[in-house]
Design a protein around this ligand. Structure first.
Ligand code: SF4
Length: 386
């Protein structure tokens, strides 16, 4: 059964109103990484370690009110209130699926909303977060693609998804880790919003931030090669690649960015990524299983050849149909045969369980609410790393 509730008590509403009434000159600290927080504190003559303390309060303990930061002196709290505010975006709704999957919808201005999904499993809890309002990459099988792109999320909007989920799930990042993994696999192409995603990853991994291990943050990409190279140099994080086809003709059709960065270039970028000193781990290759399109034994053999000798794990994702799609989910025996062929060639292959489809939270079903979409062409997307 799907249960939906609108969050926010009268007290919370009053807090929001009083914050909205704050002078506009107050700097919002929410969404700043340690470097930026320290710069803010330096600007009011405070020592860097104060910024570290605030960072812990915000991200580790989920406190967004200076009055609640009990290890700060009264004087300092007063100075902080005079200069800064900690204001996350507004949470709209929370939904709970029969299988324990949860979905949150966050308001991101202009009447638009984005979605975040938590998937609890026996040994871990994975939070799937969004990086853009919609997406311009136009992958043929993806419901987010149907929405087009409106805009990039800023770092605060990205980090807030983790912050709200941690609070709602009852644990915190201090003692109890309900969220053990964060994956950038919700709405949007994370590497097309690199300048906001990079500080978000840093906050997720920072010991004073959410403190997640480097192996437990995963950035996913449909294959923006120059930004894969930049990510490799800038931060140590796991990488997932939305592959979905082992040859250019089919991938051009399913993942159009392939026309710009064909499979050979993409695989070279993957090799560079895993050869880097900080990334000695496999890349996860996502492969959505589409009935009669990309699920034949011959294509499984091609995929095994493509990944031969690479540190790779293939995640087979049974397609989740959505209205107006021309695709159907592969039959179970086709998925099993495909996985068996990969394993027979010594490629790690897993099949993702479908979760949360009663609340449209299954993979490829995140649509949020994208208004004023500007269905940009791929040629408009920034593909060069600055
Ligand atoms: S699969 Fe990912 S990159 Fe492709 S359109 Fe959907 S959200 Fe964008």
């Amino acid at each position: 059964m799907t249960g939906e509730k609108t969050t926010g008590s009268t007290e919370q509403a009053n807090q929001v109103v009083s914050r909205l009434a704050s002078p506009v000159s107050l700097v919002n600290l929410f969404g700043m990484d340690r470097e930026r927080l320290r710069a803010q504190f330096a600007s009011i003559g405070e020592k860097p370690f104060r910024a570290d303390q605030i960072m812990q309060w915000i991200y580790r303990r989920g406190v967004d009110d200076f009055a609640g930061m009990s290890n700060l002196s009264k004087d300092l709290r007063a100075r902080l209130e005079a200069n800064f505010v900690v204001r996350p975006p507004e949470l709209l709704t929370e939904q709970l699926s029969a299988d324990g999957t949860r979905k949150w919808v966050l308001k991101v201005g202009g009447g638009q909303a984005i979605e975040t999904v938590f998937i609890p499993e026996k040994d871990r809890g994975t939070l799937c977060i969004s990086s853009q309002v919609g997406c311009a990459m136009d992958c043929a099988f993806c419901s987010t693609a149907q929405q087009g792109l409106n805009r990039n999320l800023d770092t605060a909007e990205i980090v807030a998804q983790v912050w709200f989920a941690a609070k709602a799930l009852g644990g915190d990042f201090q003692n109890e880790r309900v969220i053990s993994n964060v994956v950038f696999m919700g709405m949007g192409e994370p590497l097309a919003n690199y300048n906001a995603v990079l500080p978000a990853v840093k906050i997720l991994q920072d010991d004073f931030g959410f403190g997640l291990s480097k192996r437990r943050t995963t950035v996913s990409t449909s294959g923006l090669v120059p930004f894969m190279d930049r990510l490799r140099e800038d931060v140590d994080t796991a990488l997932a690649v939305s592959l979905h086809a082992p040859n250019d003709a089919l991938r051009n059709e399913l993942v159009p960015i392939n026309k710009k960065y064909p499979i050979a270039e993409l695989m070279d970028a993957c090799r560079r990524y895993t050869a880097h000193r900080d990334h000695k781990m496999h890349i996860v290759y996502e492969y959505v299983m589409l009935d009669g399109v990309n699920d034949s034994p011959a294509l499984a053999r091609d995929l095994a050849r493509l990944l031969n000798g690479m540190p790779a794990k293939v995640n087979l994702i049974p397609f989740n149909p959505f209205p107006e799609t021309r695709f159907k989910r592969s039959k179970q025996d086709a998925i099993e045969t495909f996985a068996g062929i990969l394993r027979g060639k010594n490629i790690l292959a897993t099949t993702r369980k479908t979760r949360g489809d009663d609340i449209d939270a299954a993979c490829g079903q995140l649509v949020g609410k994208v208004l004023n979409k500007q269905k940009r062409r791929l040629s408009d997307i920034p593909v060069r790393a600055a």
